[in-house]
Design a protein around this ligand. Structure first.
Ligand code: NI
Length: 171
């Protein structure tokens, strides 16, 4: 297992569109395990492969309070979405310490392959539904701040760029 480096917005690599996984083999299982370790270490609820600069359709999540119910989605597809929407405060490991409200479908059903390569379907509501939609956006190269106004987005961008400059230059 290994901790992976999480790309930070506005890194242009976050806008790469991920390709489908051709086969759930040892390489993909290793990626899944490393992504889970990275997500738990960063205390996140979800992580898409795009965020660790691997551009294949792999997502890991854990929205349980006990942090012991990992969900792995390989080649995920939304197969049903509720008409009703809900607005939730979102954050992202690639946009540290920034939270804002995003409107999404209140419930979704997703079909994906698991870590074992078997196809499964899952219905989700609440935080899990939010997380699935948020992570699937990452695979399309979309970061949640793109739902915000251009003004807010620019402010976030300059704040994060300033912060990474400060981290790079010795005090
Ligand atoms: Ni995110």
């Amino acid at each position: 297992m290994a901790l992976l480096t999480i790309l930070r917005y506005p890194d242009p690599r976050l806008h790469t569109v991920a390709q489908p996984v051709a086969a759930v083999d040892d390489r993909i299982r290793q990626l899944v395990d490393d992504m889970l370790e990275t997500m738990y270490a960063a205390e996140g609820v979800g992580l898409a492969a795009t965020q660790v600069d691997v551009h294949e359709r792999v997502i890991v999540m854990d929205t349980s309070e006990t942090r012991d119910k990992p969900l792995v989605l390989i080649n995920p597809e939304i197969v049903a979405r509720s008409e009703d929407l809900s607005v939730n405060e979102e954050g992202c490991l690639s946009v540290p310490a920034i939270y804002d409200k995003v409107r999404r479908h209140a419930r979704v059903a997703v079909r994906a392959l698991g870590r074992d390569g078997q196809v499964f379907e899952r219905e989700a509501a609440g935080l899990t539904a939010v997380c699935i939609q948020h992570e699937m956006d990452h695979l399309l190269g979309k970061v949640f701040v793109e739902y915000l106004s251009p003004f807010k987005r620019d402010r976030i961008k300059s704040r994060l760029l300033k912060r990474s400059r400060e981290e790079k230059s010795p005090a």
